[in-house]
Design a binder for this molecule. Sequence first.
Ligand code: ATP
Ligand code: MG
Length: 478
Amino acid sequence: MEIKVLVIEDEEYDVQRILRTVEPFRDTITVETVVSNGKDALEFLRERNHACDVIIMDYQISGGLYGEALIREIHAIDPTLKIIIITKRTINKSNIQFANELIQTGAYWFGTKYPADIEDYIYQPTDFNLLILNAYNQRQSELRLRRSQGKFDRKIVTILQDRPLLGQSSVMIDLREAIARYAHASANVLITGESGTGKELVALHLHYNSPRKYENFVPVNCAAIPKDLIESELFGFVRGSFTGARDGKKGLFEQANGGTIFLDEICELPLPAQAKLLRVLETGEIDKIGRNKSYRVSLRVLAATNRNIRKRVAKGQFREDLFYRLNILQIKTPPLREHREDIPELLTYFLHHFAGEENRIPPRVGQSALDLLSTHDWPGNVRQLKNIAQRLIIIAPDTIREEDVRRVLTLTKSTPDPDFGGLLKSAEILPWKEADRKFRRAYFRYVRSQCRTDAEAAQKLNLAPSNFHRMCKDLSLK
Ligand SMILES: Nc1ncnc2c1ncn2[C@@H]1O[C@H](COP(=O)(O)OP(=O)(O)OP(=O)(O)O)[C@@H](O)[C@H]1O
Ligand SMILES: [Mg+2]
């Protein structure tokens, strides 16, 4: 370890005392240079980057630039430089207040010089050198923190670049403005909008543009967690709190502590879990199953739904008090049919994206193909456009023509198999068990083809997601 020191001192006698004090530690501490005024010190620091770690600075020096003003100028060059101030005893202000002001301005430490007539040293040598050592260590850990934060910053930039929120229409510009405004608030946000309009994307951008961006972003799909597991998934449990709880589990809220939790499809949260969530939002504390002491969390809650949540509140299916807690700030994502002018940009982006994944040149898009895409109604919004782009790359690798678009658009409205896997055309009468299985298999397949996610399929069938999953497995569909 080599600690490089800059000395700012204008009295030759005191310079000698400083050099004498650090002399026994010459293996570790090197005085790089000695300057007698603030201007020379700044010049040295500007010209010789990283030339020193610690500055020993006399408070009263000639040349006009000294004290607090000099500390500020030095920190403008490098805020991690550690400054130790030494002064004579003859300071007018009371010492405590004086030292305090210096430290508030950014000095690392403050010491009173030994009286010159009785001492060869500037300060007790062990204490003085330890002070330099500690200052150096603190600077090193600050530098490390800055480096890793720099790495995080670059990572966040790539996260956002990989998932851009595109569109130059006025509704999309408004949306990005709302995100920029709300990202810095700590209030909860309710994001509403049709399926596929980018609610999750908005949540991601809110988090990574917020002061919490270095902390966790934890997305939770409330529809995908089986009802009886919701509480333990969200809030966790401690070891041995119920049969089978051999290891404890960190809940999602605990994982998101300090950061952001994104509660997607919030309307699917059953009423008992809604009550628990409300308590967490009101008190900032979570009650882990099996623990009598609650656990404090500080996080931001973003929630999203594609349902009419107010209607649910009116029907008593969603707690009104919880709704108000979540709905402090609102963002509404517009359906694609309300910003059709963004379709060309979105399409180009998705075509490049999918072509890039396959190392191909993106296809050209014929004008009439683009016209057809631009007038389509897009019930599945941007997600549907994205899926269509992916299919177009496969069926029209060079040029996308109008008929290609017609083909993929009708493909999305897949028609049900009218005869359940040949069940009704077969001359043979099958045993009921077999026919029943055939029917159920065909019907489940049809329903899944009409839904984006299994959670949605389960919901449409009015089945618990866990039951739906099990039934699919029984029917060899998973
Ligand atoms: N403005 C946009 N720019 C770029 N991509 C977008 C935009 N809007 C949506 N997408 C993309 O469309 C897809 C669907 O978006 P997202 O999952 O955020 O929708 P959602 O509103 O959460 O839908 P759902 O209600 O069905 O969950 C994602 O791949 C997303 O990246
Ligand atoms: Mg979503």
